[in-house]
Design a protein. Structure first.
Length: 290
């Protein structure tokens, strides 16, 4: 099984739309939505949930009211102002550092894993999909990304899938690192803007740090040909292959309005041809059979 993660240095490059269309073109795959902080793959793929499980990510201090002698030491010590004036734990503020637990004179506090999200295994019309939802304000999305990826990987192995296609998060933080760790290749979707180029440079540095092969697709390349050329030149200088240049196209939005992907609703369009060419190159680089 081959593993490909699609990422972008920033949000709004069309990464998820590109990933969904690649999923529609690929054969024998599992899709993993690792953009758990702002998941939107489900809007395009309309998954039917088959299994759901609770994700327990972060630790939080929990108090046994009966044991508390209200000495106030926990409130005094907490660096995160997570103990209220009546010595209750504010779960949103608590960082789970454990200091209050260690110092409480009456053993009234302990650390417990908190439910911070849900993990789903679903079916879509193109492929099975593993996805998740982090609760509002919950942290530890890197850990949830790892769980989504592990679950998808294990299902892909069980079902003898040829490809695990991962939609990663934007940026270069923990969730992105978790989504690229151990994959065969990374596809970076960028756009021809100054910030797009700056973010592409940052994200390629991160990918290089992990010694992973990366290729680049420029989405809406024709909206600013000058910066597209700058992106191409930067990639050439850094031996990073450009595997696709997708034109700006209103048919993508029209497809979404109809609840479809552009490769389905406009198979003859210019942008579909460009997405197909992109998939050809990516699948050829990954040496996929299909
Ligand atoms: S340190 Fe322990 S006993 Fe003191 S107020 Fe906090 S929970 Fe209660
Ligand atoms: S575990 Fe740390 S952050 Fe949470 S309440 Fe205790 S001292 Fe504060």
């Amino acid at each position: 099984m081959k593993k490909l993660t699609v990422i972008s240095g920033k949000g709004g490059t069309g990464k998820t739309t590109v990933t969904a269309n690649l999923a529609a073109l690929a054969d024998n795959l599992i899709l993993a939505d690792c953009d758990v902080d702002a998941p939107n793959m489900h809007l395009l793929m309309k998954p039917k949930v088959i299994e759901a499980e609770v994700f327990k990510g972060a630790k939080v201090a929990v108090k046994d009211q009966l044991k508390c002698i209200e000495c106030g030491l926990c409130k005094e010590l907490c660096n995160f102002k997570a103990i209220t004036s009546d010595f209750k734990v504010d779960e949103i503020r608590c960082e789970g550092c454990g200091l209050c637990v260690a110092k409480c004179p009456s053993d009234a506090l302990k650390l417990e894993l908190e439910e911070t999200g849900d993990l789903y295994y679903s079916q879509t019309k193109f492929a099975p999909m593993v996805h998740a939802k982090l609760k509002i304000g919950a942290e530890n999305s890197g850990k949830l990304v790892s769980q989504v990826k592990e679950k998808a990987e294990s299902l892909a192995q069980q079902e003898e899938k040829e490809l695990l296609l991962i939609d990663g998060s934007p940026g270069i933080g923990c969730p992105v690192i978790a989504s690229i760790n151990g994959v065969d290749s990374v596809l970076v979707v960028t756009e021809p803007t100054k910030s797009g180029l700056a973010d592409l440079k940052r994200v390629l540095k991160t990918v290089k740090y992990f010694n992973l092969p990366a290729v680049v697709a420029i989405n809406k390349y024709d909206l600013n040909q000058e910066i597209s050329l700058e992106i191409e030149s930067f990639c050439r200088q850094n031996q990073v292959k450009i595997v696709g240049k997708l034109p700006f196209s209103k048919v993508i939005v029209e497809a979404m309005q109809q609840g479809e992907l552009v490769v389905e609703s406009a198979p003859e369009s210019k942008v579909t041809t460009a997405i197909k060419e992109l998939w050809e190159k990516v699948s050829c680089d990954l040496k996929l059979k299909g």
